[in-house]
Every structure is written in C-alpha cells, then in structure tokens.
Design a protein around this ligand. Structure first.
Ligand SMILES: [Zn+2]
Length: 181
C-alpha cells in the first residue's frame, strides 16, 4: 500500500480574537484528530497546528514571518500531500478556506471532519501512478520506446520525442544524401 500523506486544515489563530486560550483549544482539537488519523494504516499525518509558528504569542515559536509568507508555505506543503482533511469549523478560518480552495485547484481529494471512513477507503484503494523516468505522480501514459513499453508523464514523453526528432534529423543530415529531383 503506498503511503498517503494527509494535511490537516482548520482554524488556528482565526476566530480566536488573539486569545491564547482559544488558540490552544484549536490546537488541542487538531491534535486529537491527528491522533485518530495516525491510527489509520498507511497514513502520514501533517498537522500544521503542531508544527508551525502560527501561534506566535510566545507560546510556540515566533519566526517574524508575515501571515502571507506563512500561508504560502502552507500551500506549498499541501502540494506535496495526497489529500487534505478539513477540521470542524474550517469555514470560520480564512486560512483553511484558502487551503480548501487551493486543494480544489490543484485537484487533490478533500475529506471533511465526519468522513474518516471515506478517507480510510480512499487510502485502501489508492493506486499511485508514477512516471518511470521522473517519478512524478499523476497522469501517466503508456509510451513505446523500441520494443519496450514505459509509463511516462507528458513532460517526459515530450522530452523524449524532441530528443528522438533531433537525433533523426542529425542522422539524416549526416548520412542520407537525398537525390535532388
Ligand atoms: Zn516524467
């Protein structure tokens, strides 16, 4: 079973009005869900609540980064995950709404707080297709090179075709003298 990386998304600082207690409640809720998810076989859980400087009131660590810088880093992290899991009240968090939207845009599956069973099924039935050459995940086509068949991504197929065309051209230029009509 290929490992499935899940990104947990939900309110951290949003809606807390800067209250440390409310932020800690958000972190506590996320931690509980993360623990439940970790119990699923084949899963790897990314819980930014437990590993990020979002809660900057000195409680955790303060990087001095702006909200925008942090959210961009979170979006980059989502790109590396196989799916996203939305915590309860995610609609109340600006950051979570953005993460949800981004997951839709890049096309990774989205699961909601009451869909743990659905997530389990997804992990169980998931097949990861990777390009034989560059190991990119996603859309893969069967491509024939000589007698062999390879599963390749569009980028690698394009690159191979370019190399083949320029090689053929070079061969023609060097060795074939076509009769002039
Ligand atoms: Zn490739």
């Amino acid at each position: 079973m290929p490992m499935c990386t899940v990104y947990i998304s939900g309110p951290i600082s949003n809606g807390t009005k800067g209250s440390d207690k409310n932020m800690q409640d958000n972190v506590r809720i996320a931690r509980k869900v993360a623990l439940d998810l970790w119990k699923i076989k084949g899963i790897y859980v990314i819980c930014p609540h437990l590993n990020s400087p979002w809660t900057t009131k000195g409680q955790f660590f303060n990087t001095g980064m702006s909200y925008n810088e942090l959210i961009l880093k979170d979006l980059k992290l989502i790109e590396k995950c196989d799916c996203i899991f939305m915590l309860k009240n995610w609609e109340m968090s600006e950051g979570a709404i953005l993460e949800h939207f981004y997951a839709e845009v890049i096309g990774i599956p989205i699961f909601y707080f009451d869909e743990i069973e659905k997530l389990k099924k997804f992990i169980l039935n998931r097949k990861v297709h990777r390009c034989h050459l560059c190991l990119t995940k996603g859309k893969i086509k069967v491509f024939r090179i000589g007698p062999k068949k390879y599963k390749l991504c569009d980028k690698c197929i394009r690159a191979f075709k370019e190399v083949r065309e320029s090689a053929i051209k070079e061969l023609k230029d060097k060795y074939l003298i076509l009769p002039k009509l």
